[in-house]
Design a protein around this ligand. Structure first.
Ligand code: LLP
Length: 394
């Protein structure tokens, strides 16, 4: 997957750093937009997956709208070329300042999660003399069959409005003069690989949509959220998710009124495979039953394995020796700082470079400065090194 000249370049950059294959990003974006366009579906990229300015400007340039979950994400979206009229703002805890920002920018929709939030948005919109376009984030009670931390569409989750609250929500809506209901919003979870889950979602949405229509509420936007998973096991075999198969499920199973639009909020599926975390081996140490490859990236750079026990494929880019098994661990003072146990890698030595694959989504955006470590830089296949927060000499 990595060309020799790319690996030679890696040798000149201080590790750890994120590498983004911008060609793959472009290909993924155009494949997804191509299929969605054929069905007339609208796309909003979920910034939380990766909010690198360089990545954002490529995505906005490919014609995508945005799905944001904070005031800063809304700002980053606008600064990097997204049209406010195509921005959705989701989130279970929006601050007053964030709501005001969204209203002032005239974004497409604030996705509200409770009646109390509706009242607050109404009040803030009234105070600045604006009407707020809102969507109701609804809990469809569909099990995403993914990791429990990234399951969001069940009754016990904190997100959204429950169906037995609908009557009262409609009453509240009638009383509040500064809200305009635009849409119904759903998002049931992330890294969903069983497409049957989306089929169940379609059935639930059909029932809910019909309930609203029978109550004289016709939402112009049906937003089904994101969630399409990627192949972490074999990123080279499946670098671009099967968007055709994914959208086809909605085409086949969702029932829309002629004036209703279907919107999606993909994050991981667009950016996951284009990113790798490149790290250098500092030491190889023999443990009791294992050998540790101690690398210079830590859970602060990529927290997914520690937080969700998630698998990321690892490759040694600089050794072709016969394989041995290693626990690949970082330098952070926690035993959870482990990228993988008993990983088969070509014999690994100090200064070898490892690639931790499929790290383009929820990698850099979830990184922190824990242990006061520097934030990793980013290296883009088409434009060299750039990362605005870089605080060391590279
Ligand atoms: N829309 C909403 C309302 C969301 O909450 C999310 C993700 C998305 C769209 C995008 O979902 P995607 O297409 O990326 O699955 N940090 C976790 C993932 C958390 C996802 C949170 N919500 C991870 O590393 O697996």
């Amino acid at each position: 997957m990595f060309r020799e000249d790319t690996i030679a370049k890696f040798r000149t950059i201080q590790t750890p750093f994120y590498y983004y294959d911008m060609e793959l990003l472009r290909k993924t974006l155009s494949t997804c937009a191509g299929v969605a366009g054929r069905f007339g579906y609208k796309l909003h990229y979920a910034l939380k997956a990766n909010s690198n300015p360089e990545v954002l400007s490529v995505i906005s340039g490919a014609g995508y709208g945005a799905d944001c979950v904070s005031g800063n994400e809304i700002r980053a979206a606008v600064e990097n070329g997204f049209n406010p009229k195509q921005i959705m703002f989701s989130g279970v805890g929006k601050s007053d300042a964030e709501i005001r920002l969204a209203l002032q920018l005239g974004i497409q929709s604030l996705n509200v999660e409770s009646r109390q939030e509706m009242e607050i948005i109404d009040e803030l919109a009234g105070a600045i003399g604006l009407k707020a376009g809102i969507s109701l984030r609804i809990i469809p009670n569909v099990d995403a069959r993914t990791h429990r931390y990234i399951t969001t569409g069940l009754e016990e989750n904190k997100f959204g409005i429950l169906p037995w609250e609908f009557d009262r929500v409609l009453e509240t809506l009638k009383q509040l003069g500064n809200l305009r209901l635009k849409g119904l919003h759903f998002h049931i979870g992330s890294q969903i690989t069983d497409l049957g889950v989306f089929k169940s979602l379609c059935h639930r949405i059909n029932d809910i949509n019909e309930w609203f229509i029978s109550n004289q509420v016709r939402a112009e936007i049906i937003n089904v959220g994101g969630g399409l998973g990627i192949d972490y096991q074999d990123p080279d075999r499946n670098p671009v998710p099967d968007f055709g198969e994914y959208f086809r499920v909605f085409k086949d199973f969702i029932r829309l009124q002629p004036d209703q639009e279907l919107h999606f909020e993909p994050g991981r599926a667009l950016v996951g495979q284009c990113g790798s975390l490149i790290t250098k081996v500092l030491f190889v140490k023999k443990g009791v039953n294992t050998r540790f490859a101690i690398v210079d990236a830590g859970m602060n750079d990529l927290i997914r394995p520690a937080l969700y026990q998630s698998y990321h494929r690892m490759e040694n880019l600089t050794s072709v020796d016969p394989p041995e098994k290693y626990d690949v661990v970082g330098p952070i003072c926690e035993s959870s700082d482990c990228f993988g146990k008993a990983v088969s890698l070509p014999k690994t030595r100090r200064n070898d470079l490892l690639a931790i694959r499929s790290a383009g989504a929820y990698g850099q955006t979830m990184s922190s400065r824990y242990n006061l470590r520097d934030l990793a830089a980013a290296f883009y296949s088409d434009r060299g090194i750039a990362f605005r927060n870089i605080i060391r000499d590279i």
